[in-house]
Ligand binder design. Structure first.
Ligand code: URA
Ligand code: SF4
Length: 183
């Protein structure tokens, strides 16, 4: 556990704990407000994120930003990170050994940010944070409380690009988060 953001980031830049280190251009550490009350957790960097070193800057990210803005939330108010910090080849789902190797970094980020609410974006985030027994289809849209943190599982924004019907549910889930947070 690093007490200090710079040391944590530096250790990830040098990380070779899993095979995803081989193809990365940049690590995607995380971004936003380091004292945020709300944290968003995605899966892992895509091509755009790998190039820029910033989470959710590609198509899915832009859609998410738009939804947040529509709810009066600036993404800079939140802290945003991923399960894995290096891009999986052709955007495949991170393998279990990769997610497990990387998870300590995310835990460290959560300990430093101390969020009240964590939004789990998609199945990979849900299963790695709360447990394999959860299914995103069944769990999305419902609050889960664990160790003084309220979790809201919802669709991964990339899923909205494939299925229009998920947009309204994603929107409603984020609205639920905003209402709890800003009440
Ligand atoms: N998808 C993710 O899960 N994370 C990102 O940072 C970008 C796309
Ligand atoms: Fe290290 Fe995580 Fe990158 Fe794997 S994905 S090399 S564990 S930083």
């Amino acid at each position: 556990m690093y007490e200090n953001w710079e040391e944590l980031e530096e250790s990830i830049k040098q990380c070779e704990k899993c095979k995803l280190c081989k193809n990365r251009t940049n690590i995607v550490f995380g971004a936003g407000n380091k004292e945020a009350e709300v944290m968003l957790i995605g899966e892992g960097p895509g091509a755009d994120e790998d190039r820029e070193g910033i989470p959710f800057v590609g198509k899915a990210g832009q859609l998410m930003n738009k939804a947040l803005a529509g709810l009066g939330i600036n993404r800079e108010e939140l802290y945003i990170a991923n399960i894995v910090k290096c891009r999986p080849p052709s955007n495949r789902v991170p393998e279990q050994d990769e997610a497990t190797a990387c998870l300590d970094y995310l835990r460290n980020q959560v300990l430093l940010v101390k969020p009240k609410i964590i939004v789990l974006l998609g199945s990979t985030a849900l299963k790695n944070i709360l447990g394999k027994e959860y299914s995103i289809t069944a769990a999305r849209g419902k609050w889960i409380e664990k160790k003084d943190i309220m979790y809201m599982p919802t669709w991964h924004p990339a899923a909205l690009l494939r299925d229009e019907n998920k947009k309204i549910e994603f929107w409603n889930d984020l609205k639920e988060v905003r209402n709890k947070w800003k009440k």
